[in-house]
Write a protein that binds this ligand. Structure first.
Ligand code: RB5
Length: 144
């Protein structure tokens, strides 16, 4: 199950990514917005809650740049959100960081590239091994 959400800056890209999820046969839950002006931290909170409470396996967040919504997402306990605009990062944030949320900038990335990045993000498994201890250290920073 994939949770997806955006602010007004990410709405068009969200529609494209929903088409992609449907084409690939993923189940998804769309938590808004529907094109109206909203505050991206509110969407980040709603969408990330689906992941933290295990109703979704992973999530997609989109705002204008992808920056604000990824900053907000990474404040939530249990979330490892990665803002991606290149293939290597989208793949390695799964392999090495076990990212559970991918973020995009609706005003900074093309639809075709975003779909490729989402594809590799969703099919790539965490490598574990030496990376597991590093991810644990990231998660311990939540207590600081
Ligand atoms: C909204 O205009 C814009 O600030 C937002 O989508 C995002 O880019 C923030 O980081």
């Amino acid at each position: 199950m994939i949770a997806i959400g955006c602010d007004h800056g990410g709405y068009q890209l969200k529609l494209e990514l929903i088409d992609f999820l449907k084409e690939k046969g993923y189940e998804y839950i769309d938590l808004g917005c529907n094109g109206e002006t909203v505050d991206y931290p509110d969407i980040a909170e709603k969408v990330c809650k689906e992941v933290v409470e295990k109703r979704a396996d992973k999530a997609v967040l989109i705002c204008g740049t992808g920056i604000g919504i990824s900053m907000a997402a990474n404040k939530i306990k249990g979330i490892r959100a990665a803002l991606c605009s290149d293939y290597f990062s989208a793949k390695y944030t799964r392999l090495h960081n076990d990212a559970n949320v991918i973020c995009f900038g609706g005003r900074t990335i093309g639809y075709g590239l975003a779909k490729e990045l989402l594809d590799i993000f969703l099919v790539t498994e965490f490598e574990g091994g030496r990376h597991a201890a590093r991810v644990e250290k990231i998660m311990k920073l939540e207590d600081k």
